[in-house]
Design a protein around this ligand. Structure first.
Ligand code: PGA
Length: 251
């Protein structure tokens, strides 16, 4: 059985005091019988503190929003996977469209980042998604296939168990325009089929595939009820504890 996961991507928001207050608010509002795997991805600056606060809470862990493609050394401003692991984070988000677009991250670079993450025993939330133009030009399936296959399909089945995929159509991120449930389910089923073809049913059926893009408490229940949608990667709504916790309970 694959996991239901809701991850909060805080992006470059909240100072340390605000960030820690949000971690505490989320934890205080999660029901005691919470069954969802919850991942919080705050800024590097207080990742360690956030991870420590979560460390005794079942099913709640911290993630970084990126990691370096290099192991160590003269890369001013970069943060390595081993540094992230030493802060007690368990996951790293890789390939978010904001990094692909604003920082020119290629499929090849992301392959290297995945390797770094795995070498420090971090699990990866791997983001993929098409632009509006690509969807209108009907090339989105080919695009998604290349994003996933070029960065991930060298992995063994065993390593793939440490991958969570997040489908985030760029046109839905932070825009208030959510993919319809049919659009999202169609892409999630496509991605799962790619995994069936490459790794077989067992891996495909045990990989969690999250939806991201203007997901909020009002649309999460319908999205998460779809056969191939196993949760969400939440941006804006993750900055509000009530909304984020409501989304975590939308299965
Ligand atoms: P959004 O962002 O929920 O604000 O659309 C999602 C994301 O970028 O991960």
């Amino acid at each position: 059985m694959r996991k239901n996961i809701v991850a909060g991507n805080w992006k470059m928001n909240l100072n340390r005091t605000e960030g820690i207050a949000l971690v505490e608010a989320v934890l205080s509002k999660l029901p005691v019988d919470n069954k969802t795997h919850v991942i919080l991805a705050p800024s590097f600056v207080y990742l360690h503190k956030a991870a420590k606060i979560c460390s005794n809470i079942p099913k709640v862990v911290a993630a970084s929003q990126d990691c370096s493609a290099n192991k160590k050394g003269a890369f001013t401003g970069e943060v390595s996977a081993s540094m992230i692991a030493s802060c007690s984070a368990r996951y790293v988000v890789l390939g978010h469209s904001e990094r692909r677009v604003n920082f020119n991250e290629s499929n090849e670079l992301l392959k290297e980042k995945v390797a770094q993450a795995f070498s420090s025993n971090l699990k990866v939330i791997f983001c993929c998604g098409e632009s509006l133009k690509q969807r209108e030009d009907l090339v989105h399936f080919d695009w998604l296939k290349s994003q996933i296959s070029e960065s991930l399909f060298h992995l063994s089945s065993d390593d793939f168990a440490n991958i969570v995929i997040a489908y985030e159509p760029i046109w839905a991120i932070g825009t208030g325009v959510t993919a319809s449930t049919d659009q999202a389910q169609e892409v999630h089923a496509f991605i799962r089929n790619l995994l069936v073809d490459k790794y077989g049913n067992e891996v495909a059926e045990s990989t969690s595939i999250l939806y991201g893009g203007s997901c909020h408490p009002k649309n999460a229940i319908e999205l998460f009820s779809q056969k191939d949608i196993d949760g969400g990667l939440i941006g804006g709504a993750s900055l509000n504890a009530d909304d984020f916790v409501a989304i975590t309970q939308s299965f």
